[in-house]
Design a protein around this ligand. Structure first.
Ligand SMILES: Nc1ncnc2c1ncn2[C@@H]1O[C@H](COP(=O)(O)OP(=O)(O)OP(=O)(O)O)[C@@H](O)[C@H]1O
Ligand SMILES: [Mg+2]
Length: 240
């Protein structure tokens, strides 16, 4: 379950720690000497296995929230926890382990390595984690995202939807607990976007992976269990 701190649902039941939790999180950036408050006191909890959509206008803080949830960046104040561990309190080794084991990140722009083949792209997280024989696992995950026959292609030989599937396979290959997806359908036509949403939904339902997805699309948000609406760095109150 997810609950804004002041919502009627209240905090997650004691005993089961939320997978991702934000407590009064503030994030400030400095742009040419001027401070920008991207997150302004955000509190919410996401239970394991949930699919949550983050919605709100451009600049409201969705990507910032995802970066903090994946420990790619850290709060200026407040606490972000992943499986109970505060990201700001982890040392380098703890952060590396968290990023390599627990989190998968899907970027809007795919961020594939174009000098590598499809299967080599998917192998990267396993190689970084020291896995000596990543090929079988990478092929299995490519199969699961519907790209079984395309393992040896180079990424420039793929459509946008296929590239996004490679990015999803790469984010999933190490068996993360949480998948953070930043506008995963933003660059895709409606039909291709819908197939990506179905894939994310099945990843959540069948593998029990928790998903946080930023999106501008109401259709995309409709596949989630819950919608969190943001404005000016805050989570809006009330039902999603
Ligand atoms: N690295 C950064 N340095 C400085 N300011 C930043 C940085 N990243 C984001 N911001 C600012 O923080 C605010 C929130 O940005 P963020 O990228 O989180 O918004 P968003 O909701 O993801 O927007 P979009 O829908 O356009 O992707 C914006 O005002 C943005 O300009
Ligand atoms: Mg964004």
């Amino acid at each position: 379950m997810i609950a804004a701190s002041s919502s009627a649902e209240g905090p997650v039941a004691s005993g089961a720690a939320p997978l991702v939790s934000f407590d009064n999180v503030v994030k400030e950036y400095t742009n040419e000497g001027e401070r920008v408050r991207a997150l302004d006191g955000v509190s919410f909890h996401v239970g394991a296995g949930r699919f949550v959509a983050l919605m709100g206008r451009s600049g409201c803080g969705k990507s910032t929230l995802l970066h903090l949830a994946g420990a790619l960046d850290f709060p200026s104040a407040g606490t972000v926890r992943l499986e109970g561990a505060a990201t700001s309190a982890l040392n380098e080794a703890g952060l590396t382990a968290l990023r390599r084991q627990k989190v998968g990140f899907i970027f809007q722009s795919f961020q594939l390595l174009h000098t590598l083949s499809v299967v080599e792209n998917v192998e990267v997280p396993l190689l970084l984690a020291g896995e000596p024989h990543p090929r079988a696992r990478a092929l299995e995950v490519l199969d699961a995202v519907g790209l079984g026959g395309m393992a040896q292609r180079m990424t420039h030989q793929l459509s946008g939807g296929q590239m996004q599937r490679v990015a999803i396979a790469r984010a999933l290959v190490h068996g993360p607990r949480v998948l953070l997806a930043d506008e995963p359908t933003g660059n895709l036509d409606t039909a291709t976007g819908n197939s990506i949403l179905e894939l994310l939904s099945s990843i959540c339902g069948q593998r029990g992976v928790t998903i946080l997805m930023a999106t501008h699309s109401a259709e995309a948000a409709a596949v989630a269990d819950q919608i969190v609406r943001m404005r000016d760095g805050r989570i809006l109150e009330g039902p999603g």
